[in-house]
Design a protein around this ligand. Structure first.
Ligand SMILES: Nc1ncnc2c1ncn2[C@@H]1O[C@H](COP(=O)(O)OP(=O)(O)O)[C@@H](O)[C@H]1O
Ligand SMILES: O=P(O)(O)O[C@H]1O[C@H](CO)[C@@H](O[C@H]2O[C@H](CO)[C@@H](O)[C@H](O)[C@H]2O)[C@H](O)[C@H]1O
Length: 441
C-alpha cells in the first residue's frame, strides 16, 4: 500500500525506478482524534544497493474520511488495521503538531523552540498546495511547518542555515521558530510565515506574459519589466552570502578539483539524458578553463537557488529552502561551495522563465512564436545583467569570476537536464537548449 502512495507523490525521488519498501520504523505518535503515527519508511531500489528513507506521517481513523479521499494511503498497521491518510493533508492531524510545540517532547518526538517568538498554538492549519520537494502546512498567518520527506540522518542544512541566519538577524530569510526531531533525524522545520510573500518565479512569469502580450515592444518598455526586481534580488543574495561567510567556516578548493567534479557529473548525466552527448566536448572545454583557476574560496551557500526559492515581500526579497540539491547526498550538500553556484542558479532561472512561458504557448503561429523567442532571449539577458550587476556591486566581475561563473552555469544546466528528465520530461528541452547555447563555440 505504501508503495502506491509513494509512487504517486510529487516529493518521492524514486519515480520511474523499480523499488520496494524494505523497512518501516515507527518514530512517534501524536493525537488522539485522529492519532498520528510518524513512520520512517526505507525504500530499496531493485537490482541495486541504493536505498533511501522517507518520512510518512499517517492520520489514523476507524471510519472512511470523505474529505481526505485524495490522501488515502491504506490500512495501518496491517490489512485489517485502521484507515490511514497522509497526515499533512489533514488539518485536524496537523493541529497536533502545532500543539506539540507547546511541550518539549511528545509521543517520542522532540519539538524544539527557538526563543523570541510567541507561537500561536491554536492557529488553523492549512496544507500548502504548491509543488514541493517536501510537505508544508501553514498555521494561520503565524508560522509554516515544513515536514521533510526524504530523510538523511544528521544535520539538516535547512534548519542549521536558517538558525544561524536568524541569530545573525538576517532580513532576507524567514525567521526560524523551531524544529521537530527524533533520535539523530531532523524531521521538520517551523518558521515565520511570510504574510505578504509573492513567489519570485510567479512574478517572473507574470512579467514575461506582459512582455509577450506586447511582443513588438522591448522588455524595458512594458509594464511588467522585472529588471529592478532582479537587481534588488542581486543585492539581497550578496548580503546573504556575506552573512553565511561570517557565520560558517570557509576554505578553498582547487579549480582542477571543481572541474573534475563537474566533468564527472556531466558524464553521469549523459547516461540519463543521451541528448547531452553532442555537447560533452564543448562543456568539458568550459570545465577545463576552470581547471586553470587555483584556490577558489568556498563557504556555506544555498546550494539549489532558483526563482522559486525567492519570495518578494513588502520587506524585500527573502530566500527560502536551504536544503541544497535534493538529489545530492547530504554529505555533499553540507560541503562548502562557491557562492557562484547560487548566482548561476538564478541566472539559469532567468533563462527558464521566458522559455517556459514560450513553450506553454506552443508554435501555432510561427511568426508570433519566432518574435516571442526573440523577446524571451532579450528578457533573460536583461534580467541576468541587472541581477549580476547588483550582486557584484562596485567590484564588478573579474575575468577569474567569469570563468568560475560560466562553469557553474553550465554545471547547473546539466543538473537541470537530469532533474527534468526524471521529474518533468516535457520541460527537458529548456535546459538542453541552455546547455547547447552556453557551450556553443
Ligand atoms: N516562510 C514562508 N512563508 C510563506 N511562504 C513560504 C515560506 N517558506 C516557503 N514558502 C512557500 O512554500 C514554497 C515551498 O517552500 P520550500 O521551502 O521551497 O519547500 P520544498 O523544500 O518542499 O521545495 C515556496 O516556494 C514558497 O512559495
Ligand atoms: O525547489 P527544489 O529544491 O525542489 O528544486 C528542484 O525543483 C525545481 C523546480 O521546481 C528545479 O528548478 C528548475 O525549474 C525552475 C522552474 O520551475 C527554474 O526556475 C529553475 O531555474 C530550474 O533549475 C530545481 O533545479 C530542482 O533542484
Amino acid at each position: 500500500m505504501i508503495e502506491t502512495f509513494l509512487a504517486q507523490s510529487r516529493w518521492f525521488g524514486g519515480k520511474g525506478r523499480a523499488f520496494t519498501v524494505s523497512g518501516v520504523r515507527e518514530l512517534g505518535r501524536l493525537g488522539p482524534d485522529p492519532e498520528v503515527v510518524v513512520l520512517l519508511v526505507e525504500v530499496s531500489y531493485d537490482g541495486t544497493s541504493d536505498h533511501e528513507l522517507y518520512q510518512l506521517p499517517l492520520a489514523l481513523y476507524d471510519t472512511p474520511q470523505e474529505r481526505l479521499e485524495h490522501a488515502f494511503v491504506g490500512r495501518w498497521p496491517a490489512d485489517d488495521g485502521q484507515l490511514a491518510y497522509d497526515a499533512v493533508q489533514d488539518r485536524t492531524a496537523m493541529a497536533h503538531y502545532l500543539q506539540a510545540f507547546g511541550t518539549p517532547s511528545a509521543g517520542g518526538l522532540r519539538f524544539v523552540r527557538v526563543p523570541g517568538h510567541e507561537l500561536d498554538l491554536d492557529a488553523v492549519a492549512s496544507p500548502f498546495s504548491g509543488e514541493q520537494s517536501n510537505s508544508s502546512v501553514f498555521f494561520g498567518e503565524d508560522a509554516v511547518l515544513k515536514l521533510f520527506r526524504k530523510i538523511t540522518p544528521g544535520e539538516n542544512p535547512d534548519i542549521t542555515t536558517h538558525r544561524v541566519l536568524t541569530e545573525a538577524g538576517s532580513t532576507h530569510v524567514a525567521q526560524l521558530y523551531g524544529w521537530v526531531e527524533a533520535d539523530d533525524l531532523h524531521l521538520g522545520m517551523l518558521q515565520q510565515f511570510l504574510r505578504t510573500a509573492s513567489d519570485g518565479w510567479d512574478l517572473a512569469l507574470a512579467s514575461v506574459r506582459d512582455l509577450f502580450a506586447e511582443a513588438d515592444l522591448h522588455a524595458e518598455e512594458v509594464g511588467g519589466d522585472f529588471a529592478a526586481e532582479a537587481a534588488r534580488l542581486g543585492t539581497a543574495l550578496a548580503e546573504v552570502h556575506e552573512q553565511l561567510r561570517a557565520a560558517f567556516p570557509g576554505s578553498e578548493v582547487s579549480g582542477a578539483d571543481l572541474a573534475r567534479t563537474m566533468s564527472d557529473r556531466l558524464a553521469a548525466a549523459v547516461e540519463v539524458v543521451p541528448d547531452l552527448a553532442p555537447h560533452v566536448a564543448d562543456a568539458d572545454a568550459v570545465f577545463a578553463t576552470l581547471a586553470g583557476v587555483d584556490a577558489v574560496p568556498v563557504q556555506r551557500i544555498h546550494g539549489d537557488l532558483h526563482l522559486g526559492q525567492t519570495l518578494r515581500t513588502v520587506l524585500g526579497w527573502k530566500v527560502v529552502d536551504f536544503e541544497g540539491e535534493p538529489a545530492k547526498p547530504l554529505s555533499e550538500r553540507l560541503l562548502p561551495d562557491s557562492p557562484w553556484r547560487d548566482v548561476a542558479g538564478l541566472l539559469r532561472s532567468f533563462d527558464y522563465a521566458p522559455h517556459a512561458v514560450a513553450e506553454s504557448l506552443g508554435d501555432d503561429e510561427p511568426d508570433a512564436a519566432h518574435q516571442r523567442a526573440h523577446r524571451a532571449d532579450e528578457w533573460a539577458r536583461r534580467n541576468r545583467k541587472a541581477f549580476l550587476a547588483s550582486y557584484c556591486g562596485d567590484a564588478g566581475l573579474s575575468d577569474r569570476d567569469r570563468t568560475l561563473l560560466t562553469a557553474y552555469v553550465v554545471d547547473k544546466a546539466v543538473y537541470e537536464c537530469v532533474y527534468e528528465a526524471r521529474n518533468r520530461p516535457t520541460w527537458l528541452p529548456i535546459p538542453l537548449a541552455g546547455v547547447a547555447r552556453l557551450t556553443a563555440r
